[in-house]
Design a protein around this ligand. Structure first.
Ligand SMILES: [Zn+2]
Length: 119
């Protein structure tokens, strides 16, 4: 039995990197609740030494969330996903597109007639 005791002591010496125990369950933590304008509550856990930021991106909707439940930060103006060009293309009907094309061809032809070669 005495030999078993020394074996345990021997294994403790080389066990794990230093500080491993401190980073486990015993590490002091603080939980901070953030509120977004969609009334989501996000509980974020920080180490007790850390200073929680005043705002946090809501993990549910991505909007900024603040510590103050009464006045969550306003939702930022989100840029439309479509580019302006895509929007114009969508709005323009096929007929309009044909008109524009015909106009362009006429313009080219009239320029050719006048001797102004653009190609
Ligand atoms: Zn949210």
């Amino acid at each position: 039995m005495a030999g078993g005791g020394s074996a345990i002591r021997g294994s403790r010496v080389g066990a794990g990197p230093m500080g491993e125990a401190e980073r486990g369950e015993s590490a002091p933590r603080q939980t901070v609740t953030y509120f977004c304008s969609h009334e989501h509550r996000s509980v974020v856990t920080f180490a007790v030494e850390a200073t929680p930021p005043a705002s946090w991106d809501c993990p549910k909707c991505g909007l900024p969330a603040s510590l103050d439940s009464d006045t969550p930060p306003p939702a930022p103006k989100i840029e439309p996903y479509k580019t302006h060009l895509a929007y114009v293309k969508e709005r323009r009907s096929d007929a309009e597109a044909a008109d524009i094309l015909a106009e362009a061809i006429q313009l080219l032809r009239s320029r050719r007639k006048s001797g102004d070669i653009v190609f």
